[in-house]
Design a protein around this ligand. Structure first.
Ligand SMILES: *Cc1c(COP(=O)(O)O)cnc(C)c1O
Length: 396
């Protein structure tokens, strides 16, 4: 089939939940992808902050191929080694004592919400069930996670929402303090808001949230679905703040493209889940586990975090220069390789023109360009990206 036939077939048979760009991608390697006509693109989307080690990473592929020949699925009625090994590695490299495996970010957050409620019922009292989340946050597309998401555009048309959520502005400790009441059992927050526009909070924000949670004896749930697995230059973004959450969620980059999610917690909280309380047929299946195990091992062994910090700093510096040159850029910001440029205009036209010139980027919020490239990129890739942006912004 040629690319037009593929697009027509898709539009005819797939529900219209996505606004897609008019290209058909067929191959990926490192920081590059190719479309059905053989055109090459520098990929600064990376499957939306998913392929952190780049496309087709040989180490991840090798692990998957071995597991594929061995055992692909047996359910959680039985033990499997890849699941045990991945849990051990996650526990060893994070604040957490225990892990629950699922298949996506929304599912990880569902699990976190359920665990927080269960813990609160058992330890804080039956009248404590309310979670405070942030305006402009994003936590997923299930009913509970669109309720947790502080953006009406994701909730519109789907009411009634779940009970027991309230929202406060991001990076506003006073608003958070004021919102806490006798029903509050926890706070759920992204270290940097991804889908909401790459919003970076004040330096001491997460520390402040931690101490407010401690003062009120409520749970801190950190959603690291986008920021986790090296994206910001640390394995998990909470590490920058020198604090620890009580519960953390992961997905996106955990399997470098293989679907997998995880919810991690301190022992004291994890104990509230007992057999039968929660589960997932596919969660923790051997294929997903071996992809994630390989991803984490490579991330830890190959200096990916240091590369992320160095290239991220270079990228931000180049974006600042670009901002001085082009009035259309209002502000640039970023941490590690999670970066953004706020524009005076809608981002869609620039995204489109970059694609024509062989670079994939996307927008987060109407007027923000988001850059979440694979963490293996180098300064030359940044130079290429900057030069494409420079051409596209000429005359804007
Ligand atoms: C993408 C994302 C989610 C949802 O993940 P899915 O795998 O699409 O369900 C949740 N939280 C954050 C912060 C995200 O970026």
């Amino acid at each position: 089939m040629n690319d037009n036939e593929i697009k027509a077939l898709a539009d005819e048979n797939i529900m219209q939940t996505y606004k897609r760009f008019p290209i058909v991608l067929v191959k990926g390697q490192g920081q590059k992808v190719w479309d059905a006509n053989g055109k090459e693109y520098l990929d600064f989307v990376a499957g939306i902050a998913v392929c952190n080690l780049g496309h087709s990473h040989p180490g991840v592929i090798a692990a998957l191929k071995i597991q594929l020949d061995q055992l692909t699925h047996v359910s959680n009625l039985y033990y499997t080694e890849p699941q045990a090994q991945l849990a051990k590695l996650l526990v060893a490299n994070s604040f957490a004592d225990k892990v629950f495996f699922c298949n996506s970010g929304a599912e990880a957050n569902e699990a976190a919400i359920k665990l927080a409620r269960k813990y609160a019922h058992e330890n804080l009292g039956d009248d404590k069930f309310e979670l405070i989340t942030m305006k402009d946050s994003f936590h997923g597309r299930t009913m509970a996670t669109i309720t947790a998401t502080g953006q009406e555009k994701f909730q519109f048309g789907f009411t009634p929402l779940l009970e027991g959520f309230t929202y406060v502005p991001f990076s506003d400790l006073n608003a958070l303090k004021k919102a806490i009441n006798k029903k509050t059992c926890g706070v759920m927050v992204e270290p940097i808001q991804g889908e909401g526009g790459v919003n970076i909070p004040d330096d001491k924000y997460l520390q402040g949230v931690r101490s407010i949670c401690d003062q009120h004896n409520i749970l801190l749930i950190i959603d690291e679905v986008q920021t986790g697995i090296g994206r910001t230059g640390k394995m998990f973004a909470y590490e920058h703040a020198g604090i620890e959450p009580d519960i953390m969620t992961l997905a996106k980059a955990l399997g470098n493209g293989f679907p997998v999610g995880a919810m991690l917690a301190k022992d004291k909280i994890a104990q509230s889940f007992t057999p039968g309380n929660h589960g997932s047929t596919f969660g923790g299946n051997p294929l997903a586990m071996s992809a994630a195990l390989a991803t984490l091992q490579i991330m830890l062994e190959e200096n990916i975090l240091e590369n992320t910090r160095k290239v991220g700093e270079y990228f931000l510096a180049q974006l600042k220069k670009l901002k001085d040159k082009h009035k259309v850029i209002k502000e640039v910001r970023g941490k590690g390789l999670m970066l953004a440029a706020s524009l005076e205009v809608e981002a869609a036209d620039i995204v489109q023109k970059c694609m024509q010139k062989g670079m994939l980027i996307n927008s987060a919020g109407g007027k923000t360009l988001r850059f979440v490239p694979p963490l293996i990129i180098n300064n030359k890739d940044v130079d290429q990206a900057i030069s494409i942006l420079d051409e596209v912004m000429e005359g804007k």
